[in-house]
Design a protein around this ligand. Structure first.
Ligand code: ATP
Ligand code: MG
Length: 287
């Protein structure tokens, strides 16, 4: 049975899609069977896996509206080594159309039950919002991976995400847990980033993944070639980091049957990390 993880953070541009496609490719590289679901109408994860979102006949939209199954909608991303259930702008309409439907938060969960046995991991790339689409992802998943940049406002917004996860846990999905925080776009030359990274570790302990994803231009270039960085340039530092992250995840995760058991409520977010405001002066971005 597949382990199902959402890659979520309602902040925009924090590296969700980059994490999803590279983790999918990294997991495939270490021998895992992976399905990647694009739950964002931007369709970036679809394009970033070499599938043209404009030519899709069946997408996650059709699956959510129950006019197609996952098996009918998925496509093999040959060069990437994983399957893709793609998305395009049409998905934005699902948000509105689903409001009036029954089981509207559980449609993805229901659809995935039919293919869970065929994969080791199912990764869901969420949009930058806490919308009905994200809710469908959270209801379908065993856990959430949260990519975060180590910047001064890193924890701003994390409270909202944790509260949403707590609500979903309480009302809709007792399995849901926070799998971990992934530090991304990390630049060790920036003192502030090092300090925020240390603070995250001190505050969240083993909920922070050991692997750190560096800022790496090859990861940013790869989508324009329709490939995850891990495939586009395996020797790049960022690609190696994502393969290491895939290995960390495989090692750390219990079997899906344990993940599918009822989980304790996610921890309430504690008081924000007491960052010294003077640190902000050291950030070249002017935070
Ligand atoms: P959105 O909220 O719009 O869905 P997102 O959270 O999915 O955004 P991405 O699209 O993955 O974020 O990344 C935002 C930008 O940062 C992209 O241009 C991407 O190429 C770049 N980027 C992501 N990770 C890295 C990295 N480690 N090094 C360099 N650039 C990166
Ligand atoms: Mg994205």
């Amino acid at each position: 049975m597949a382990k199902i993880f959402c890659i979520a953070n309602q902040k925009g541009g924090v590296g969700k899609t980059t994490t999803t496609v590279n983790l999918a490719a990294g997991l495939a590289k270490v021998g895992q069977r992976v399905l990647m679901i694009d739950l964002d109408p931007q369709g970036n994860a679809t394009m970033g896996s070499g599938i043209d979102k404009r030519n899709l006949e069946t997408t996650v939209y059709d699956v959510l509206l129950e006019s197609a199954s996952v098996a009918e909608g998925r496509i093999k991303a040959d060069k990437c080594g994983y399957d893709v259930l793609g998305a395009n702008r049409e998905l934005a309409g699902a948000e509105v159309e689903m409001v009036a439907l029954d089981r509207r938060e559980k449609r993805l969960r229901t659809a995935l039950a039919a293919v869970g046995a065929e994969y080791d991991f199912i990764l869901i790339d969420c949009p930058p919002s806490l919308s009905l689409l994200t809710l469908n992802g959270l209801c379908a998943a065993h856990g959430v991976i949260v990519p975060m940049q180590c910047e001064y406002f890193a924890l701003e917004g994390l409270t909202d995400l944790v509260n949403t996860i707590k609500q979903v846990h309480a009302n809709l999905n007792k399995n849901l847990q926070i799998i971990g925080l992934l530090r991304v776009m990390f630049d060790p030359r920036i003192t502030l980033q090092q300090q925020v990274s240390e603070q995250l570790k001190a505050h969240f302990g083993d909920k922070v993944f050991d692997t750190v994803i560096p800022r790496n231009v090859r990861l940013a270039e790869a989508p324009s070639y329709g490939l995850p960085g891990v495939i586009f340039d395996p020797s790049a530092k960022g690609s190696a980091a994502f393969v290491a992250f895939a290995q960390e995840l495989v090692q750390k995760m219990p079997p899906a049957s344990a993940l599918a058991a009822e989980q304790p409520a996610p921890l309430a977010p504690r008081a924000p990390v007491p960052l010294d405001p003077s640190l902000a002066l050291q950030d070249p971005n002017g935070f």
